[in-house]
Each structure stands twice: as C-alpha cells, then as structure tokens.
Design a protein around this ligand. Structure first.
Ligand code: ADP
Ligand code: GLC
Length: 491
C-alpha cells in the first residue's frame, strides 16, 4: 500500500445491529465493517447516539465536541470502533430511530439527519477535531445523503465519498425551506444537486455528489436505472452508471448458523438434517398449530409493506390451507396488512398462525422450523432472509427481482442439480402460487427435497467476498489520478 498505512474508511449509517435495527441495513452495518477490518481496512462506524444505543453501550469516553455534539467512542461486539454522535436534543428520546412509539415520523427528521450528515462530513475532512481522518466516507441510505454534498461544497481536504443505496424507495424528500434551515450552501439547491421536483432530496445529494455509488445487488443496480424501480431517480442513475456498481450483501454466518444457533430448539446441519424436524415441531408448538410432521410449513418474516408483497401471501393463503399446509407469519408494519393477517388467523386457527411484532428469536425459530420460506417482494434491493433461509435448509420461494434473483438458484422445471429455491417472474398471486405448487411437487419426494435443502445449505453467503469487492472499490477510487481530465494513471 503506497500510503504506508491501512486504508481508512468512515462508515456512516443510521442503524447498527444489535443496538438499533429496523431492517437489513442494521445487519449490514454490524457485519460489513467487521469483514473489512478482517481484510486489513481501518474502518470505523459513525452512528447517532440514540437513547437505545446509549443504554446498550453505557458511558463511553468523549473524543471531541463538534457543533455542540459529543463525539463518543465505543466498540461494536465485533471490536470495530464506533463514533457515536451524541446530540441529545435530536437523538435521546423514547421511540425508534425514525419514528415515535406511535409510528409517526419524527417531525424533525430533516434536522436530525441533516445534522448527522454534516457531522459525518466534518469528520471526513481536515476540519475534523479527531486525529484519525478517513480516506473515504462511505455513507448508507438517505439519512447520510447530504454528507457528500457538505463534503464537496464546504470542507477542506475532503475525503472521497461513496453513497450506498439500500432502498431507493426511501429518499428523504422534504420541503425546499430546509435548504436554508440546514444551512446547505445555496448552490447545492440545483437540478445538478439536491433539488428534486421543487423539494430537497437527501438521497439525491448523495447520488449527485458522491464519487462512487453502490447498491446491494447487481440486478438491483440495473433495475434502478429503469422506470419501474427508479422512483424518479432513474435518469440520474443512468447518467452516473459508470460510477455505479452492485455488490451483493453477505450474512453474519456466526449469528445465522443452524449448527450453533442458541435461539433454535435443536441444532442441525447438512449432515444432520433429521434434527431440523425437532425445530419444526417446536415451531408448531410455539405457534399453537397441530404438531404434524408431514404437513408442509411455510414461513414469513418481514416488514409489512407494499414492497414485500405480503398481500400476495394473503391472496394465496386459502389455497395453502387447502393443500393442506400451514403458514406461520412474523412481522409488523402497515395496519391494513396486519389486519388482513389477523383475519386469516381467525379464519384458519388450525393452519395459520402469526406473531405481529419484531422478535429476533422468533425469526430464528421460523427459519429453522419452516419447510419453505416465502418472499414475494415486489422489489428487493438485496434481502437477507432468503439467504438465512437457504443456510437453514428452508428453500425460499421468491419473486425474481434484485438480490433475490442474484442469490437464489432455480434451474426451472424438472431440474434440481443446483437448485436452492424457487423463483417466479411476475409479482402476482398466481405466479407465486405456481412456484409454491412447483416446490410442493418436490417436497412430496424426500430424496430430491433433501437434495434441494443441501444445495441451499452448501451456499457460502459469508461476507468475505463482498467485503473484498468493497475494499477493491475503495482502492480503485484512491488510485492517484493524472492530469486535469482525471485520467487514472493505470489507463
Ligand atoms: P428489509 O431491510 O427490507 O426489511 P432484509 O431482508 O434486508 O429486508 O432484512 C430484514 C431483517 O430484519 C432481517 O434480519 C430479518 O430477519 C429482520 N426482520 C424483519 N422483520 C422482522 C420481525 N418482525 N422480527 C424479527 N426480525 C425481523
Ligand atoms: C434494505 C432493503 C433490503 C436489503 C437491506 C440491506 O432494507 O430493502 O433488500 O437487504 O436494505 O442492504
């Protein structure tokens, strides 16, 4: 390495498991920096010091004071260092990271995450009070989208920046008044900047100003350049396609390992498949369903949102019951979907059970105990559950979109040499049902079914490969450029 010291990356995100989690971003923040550190990258995470985080971490030393916020230093369970942005007036409250206990967005989210973005940019420049300065600021999702704008327009000797898109449906779009409220440089508010149809878009700031863009699967990287998945940003993404890459997520294969998982009833593995049955029985018991070993059990663990296509599961539920099969659902979110699921449970108490809520242990129990996992997402940037379910020998049945298409192998009619799950092309109830019927036709025959389970369990979804790609991207970005055109010296 020509710089004579390890590459330094400030990894800025609004969630990190196990401290604060609403979805897959938290899992990625917990695992990717640890995998990068194992590859020799000096990576530190920057995270808001929400009340929940402060409770978990306890007293953490203050390393600097910045714009009135204490910058505290803590450590993740993996040993990765974390800078906590302790601004109690923004982050020390009861409730979630984005919403209050009633599920309403915090009224001051633009100020909260505008502030967080500004702090991240400061820490990634010569203006930082810390002696540790990153070479690259790697920001995730809209909550840090303004950081590349602040970096580029305001900071001295700024680090290079990368914006990663975990979900283009969430963009952080607010009234244009916030341009002055957040003290954004006025020139930032332009079509070639943070302006988005007369409003301020945090994510567009990242997509316009960052030096490189990534998203969490190659298929999603293609899909977001089109009208169906671009959510209005497809033009900009097409324009920047040379700087955009898709790197599929890994999974934490220590937490999600059926051989050692303390959250499941009985450990099992590829060579001890029989013990998976004990988990099925335990799951049926936990959910109060008849303990029938031969009855196929379909599992769902999901945010209840339009994205996830849970309504398609509701549409085919009756047909599942008629198989006869059982359906077990864990999740929460959209009240209409919660009501629809509760209604199914009322109508078919012997076949359908649900837990409305967020519960890590039950998520593990479903991955281990179900026979198949349903994931009919309309779009899915990457998705983690389909990887967990393959690891647990619970073949996923999923819409062929985004990361689902990239991480599930389905050889189609009649062939299962390498098949690990079942994909369908159209996000419709009938296509979902056709895939379920295909899965059931294999399930009835133990030998090929075990083959599919073993294929799935043999897949390596660990982080090393993806982390290596991120490290290569960092190195590539930092390679010295030659001449005013910025032609790289290796070209
Ligand atoms: P997304 O981030 O879009 O929700 P992912 O599949 O990437 O989708 O990640 C979802 C993560 O959240 C997984 O770790 C999954 O197990 C977890 N999860 C989702 N809903 C629940 C729930 N109700 N209870 C426990 N874990 C959940
Ligand atoms: C988002 C996406 C999901 C992805 C996760 C982590 O929440 O919806 O598909 O797996 O981010 O990248």
């Amino acid at each position: 390495m020509t710089r004579g010291r390890p590459l330094r990356v400030l990894y800025a995100a609004s969630e990190c498991a196990p401290w604060v989690k609403t979805g897959g971003l938290a899992d990625v923040t917990a695992a990717l920096p640890a995998a990068l550190a194992a590859l020799g990258v000096d990576v530190r995470v920057c995270l808001p010091a929400y009340r929940a985080v402060r409770k978990e971490v306890g007293p953490a030393p203050i390393r600097a004071v910045l714009l009135g916020a204490d910058i505290r230093e803590a450590e993740l369970p993996s040993g990765v260092k974390v800078y906590l942005v302790d601004a109690p007036w923004f982050f020390d409250r009861e409730g979630g990271p984005y919403q209050d206990a009633e599920g309403r967005d915090w009224f001051d989210n633009p100020e909260r995450f505008g502030f967080f973005s500004r702090v991240c940019a400061l820490l990634a420049s010569e203006d930082s009070p810390l002696s540790w300065r990153p070479d690259i600021l790697h920001g995730h999702d809209w909550q840090v989208g303004l950081a590349p704008a602040f970096l580029r327009l305001e900071r001295t000797a700024p680090a290079l920046s990368i914006q990663t898109i975990h979900n283009l449906a969430f963009q952080g779009v607010f009234a244009s008044d916030y341009v002055s409220v957040l003290h954004l440089p006025p020139q930032a508010y332009a079509v070639e900047g943070v302006e988005f149809y007369g409003q301020l878009s945090f994510l567009k700031g990242g997509l316009h100003f960052a030096d490189a863009l990534t998203t969490v699967s190659p298929t999603y990287a293609r899909e977001i350049q089109g009208d169906a998945c671009g959510f209005g940003l497809q033009g900009l993404l097409r324009h920047r396609r040379a700087s955009l890459s898709g790197i599929v997520n890994g999974i934490d294969d220590v937490t999600w390992n059926p051989e050692t998982d303390p959250l499941i009833a009985a450990p099992y593995g590829r060579d001890r498949l029989a013990d998976k049955r004990l988990n099925k029985a335990a799951l049926q018991r936990q959910f109060g369903l008849p303990e029938e070993a031969d009855r196929p059990v379909f599992g769902v663990v999901s945010r209840f949102a339009w994205q996830k296509g849970l309504d398609l599961v509701v549409d085919i539920a009756e047909r599942l019951v008629a198989v006869p099969a059982q359906l077990i659902v864990l999740g929460c979110g959209d009240p209409a979907l919660e009501a629809a699921v509760k209604d199914l449970v009322r109508r078919y108490p012997q076949a359908i059970a649900a837990r409305i809520g967020f519960d890590e242990a039950t998520a593990h129990a479903i991955e281990a105990g179900a026979d198949c996992f349903l994931m009919p997402s309309r779009f899915e940037p990457c998705g983690l559950n389909q990887m967990y379910s393959q690891r647990y020998g619970t073949p996923p049945i999923a819409h062929a979109t985004g990361g689902l298409a990239d991480t599930i192998t389905d050889e189609g009619a009649g062939v299962i040499d390498k098949t690990t799950g079942f994909l369908f092309r159209e996000a419709t109830a009938s296509a979902l049902w056709a895939a379920i019927a295909r899965a059931l036709s294999w399930y009835e025959r133990p030998e090929p079914w075990h083959r599919i389970m073993k294929n799935a369990m043999s897949r390596d979804f660990g982080w090393t490969q993806s982390a290596t790609r991120y490290r290569d991207l960092y190195e590539e970005l930092l390679r010295p450029v030659r001449g005013p055109q910025g032609v790289r010296d290796d070209q």
